[in-house]
Design a protein around this ligand. Structure first.
Ligand SMILES: C[S@@+](CC[C@H](N)C(=O)[O-])C[C@H]1O[C@@H](n2cnc3c(N)ncnc32)[C@H](O)[C@@H]1O
Length: 228
């Protein structure tokens, strides 16, 4: 079902501000140069990550999709003259292909059909392309397991995935997988109280230990024959 915002206008805006330090850590951690690249952001919400890539990493073009149509409208307004394109969709829009790199930040845990997503991402990347997916909401993350239980119904969440299960799904879609922890420097302490979990040490453990950057590579030799 298409909804206007993921949560609501105010909470989506606040979320994007809170995520800026993680987006910077993602850029510190990745192992490719994005200058001159064509980049996809799955679950882009208001487009803040793609604006960062356009402003600081010199991407040629950025494409973002998200089922939250209100957030996508905001993303279009906020993009200004940047070479960014946004669509309201719950999977990669038709005709979007040939990406050098793709990203998602905390989106995999929301997807009911991870295999379909993995196959669609594989098809959308050029051979040699890379999909970087950040995932902190998984079964080995106690803080997020708690959050998942509390929000299961309201957010129509699928079961809480195990990180090894996620890797297996992407490998079955012919990706080569690798994982890293994020190069986070400082975690802002403001903004965590509204989760109802005001425990700084738990949050530091989450950001430095549990929140992972998964790298799924469509190597030049990867064959899509594994995809049905
Ligand atoms: C936790 S938010 C993260 C947003 C953004 N990536 C960021 O870093 O701020 C999750 C986002 O995933 C979006 N989403 C939900 N279902 C999706 C789907 N099937 N495909 C892509 N995005 C989806 C939500 O609308 C929401 O904007």
């Amino acid at each position: 079902m298409i909804q206007t915002y993921w949560q609501d206008a105010a909470r989506d805006e606040a979320m994007q501000d809170e995520h800026a330090f993680i987006w910077r850590a993602m850029l510190e951690t990745i192992d490719i140069d994005l200058a001159g690249r064509r980049v996809l952001d799955a679950g882009c919400n208001r487009g803040g990550f793609l604006r960062l890539l356009a402003d600081r990493r010199g991407i040629t073009e950025g494409f973002g999709y998200d089922p939250a149509s209100g957030a996508i409208e905001d993303a279009r307004q906020l993009a200004g003259q940047r070479p960014l394109h946004f669509e309201a969709a719950d999977t990669i829009p038709g005709g979007w292909c040939d990406f050098d790199a793709a990203f998602s930040h905390e989106v995999l845990y929301l997807l009911h059909d991870l295999s379909a997503h993995a196959r669609a991402m594989f098809a959308a990347l050029v051979p040699g392309g890379v999909y970087y997916a950040v995932m902190g909401v998984h079964a080995s993350s106690p803080l997020m397991a708690e959050w998942h239980r509390a929000n299961l119904e309201e957010l129509h969440l699928p079961e809480l995935y195990d990180i090894d299960e996620v890797i297996a799904v992407f490998e079955a879609a012919a990706f080569h997988a690798a994982a890293a922890r994020l190069a986070i420097r400082f975690v802002p302490t403001a903004g965590h109280g509204h989760h109802g979990q005001d425990r700084l040490l738990d949050w530091l453990d989450y950001y430095y230990d549990k929140k992972l950057l998964l790298r799924f590579s469509r190597t030049a030799e990867s064959s899509a024959s594994a995809t049905p």
